[in-house]
Design a protein around this ligand. Structure first.
Ligand SMILES: [Zn+2]
Length: 320
């Protein structure tokens, strides 16, 4: 058995490739490239191959010593055939990424959804190590989640099970990126908080955010700084997001009765107050009998969960 795997995280704005040592799961070398301008199958594939070639060059590890390539993609995938069916952030449609990489590098390649890969990483190496039934929820620009039943990811009939971001929390509510109305993601994600704060500023409310950044994009870092400065506008919309998020999680607890809920993603990793308040409120809102046995933990693998999770195929197939 070769000692190394390659993990790739193909996100909305970057491609991150890493050579991972198999035994300790340590990242030995990594190459990160922005994919902002590159959209569409051709350009994204070229960028990915450029990053992989660079990774081989800097690491000086020959292809023959790589056991497998695992790729985590922010989009809808066909696991069996290793095809990216649709990744709207990168404009990918029916991209046969497994075939392309296997033909070029002659290394077995596996394709995962990014949330699924992150959940695998948490299940095998992170917060979920000692649990069987887990709900993983990642709250950042959007809300992604994955359902683990008896230590296996539950995919559902068409592979989309566990989409807690699109449970409906307001029948006549805001429009969501999925085309629906009133989804949790439109109320409790970072982008939801961002657009509420921007709306308030446009209406003339004063907020420290305008002093912190001139950009329309309000990153987690600025939301955190505004909370620390007790900025009224930011606190209002962060608290609103927490109310919706805890409500959504309480519904999930009542429905699924998991042993563990793992919370991760930028908003949770970056702002401890959001994590703590959400957990407290979700417990209070759920049925007592269901929430009594549900534990909460933060995700442990952070930004590298996709890269590492995508290389865990073998371990995942061997867990019971
Ligand atoms: Zn939706």
């Amino acid at each position: 058995m070769n000692k190394y795997d390659i993990g790739i995280d193909l996100g909305g704005t970057k491609v991150l490739c890493a050579i991972i040592e198999k035994k300790e799961r340590k990242i030995l070398f990594e190459v990160k490239k922005k994919t902002k301008k590159e959209k569409g199958n051709k350009k994204v594939t070229a960028k990915l191959i450029e990053a992989l070639d660079e990774l081989f060059e800097v690491s000086n590890i020959p292809k023959e010593e790589i056991n497998s390539i695992g790729i985590a993609v922010a989009g809808q995938i066909d696991r069996e055939n290793g095809i990216v069916i649709d990744a709207c952030n990168l404009d990918l449609k029916n991209l046969e990424i497994k075939k392309i990489l296997e033909e070029k590098y002659l290394i077995n390649t596996y394709v995962f959804n990014d949330v699924e890969a992150a959940a695998m990483a948490e299940l095998i190496l992170g917060s979920g190590k000692n649990y069987n039934n887990i709900l993983c929820v990642f709250i950042g620009t959007g809300i992604g989640s994955s359902l683990i039943i008896n230590r296996k990811i539950y995919h559902g009939a068409s592979g989309s099970a566990g989409e807690i971001g699109h449970i409906i929390v307001d029948l006549n509510g805001r429009s969501c990126s999925c085309g629906g109305v009133g989804c949790l993601e439109a109320y409790a994600s970072r982008s939801a908080i961002e657009s509420r704060i921007q709306g308030a500023i446009k209406k003339g409310r004063k907020s420290i955010i305008t002093e912190l950044t001139e950009s329309q994009h309000i990153s987690t870092k600025y939301i955190k700084q505004a909370i620390d400065a007790h900025d009224e506008v930011t606190m209002q919309y962060v608290n609103e997001a927490i109310e919706y998020l805890s409500g959504g999680l309480a519904s999930a607890i009542n429905f699924f009765n998991p042993e563990l809920i793992i919370l991760g993603g930028g908003l949770i990793q970056g702002i401890d107050e959001i994590y703590l308040k959400t957990v407290k409120l979700a417990r209070a809102k759920a049925l007592k009998i269901a929430s009594e046995k549900t534990e909460f933990k933060k995700a442990e693998l952070g930004d590298y969960s996709g890269v590492i999770g995508a290389t865990l195929t073998e371990e995942y197939n061997n867990v019971f």
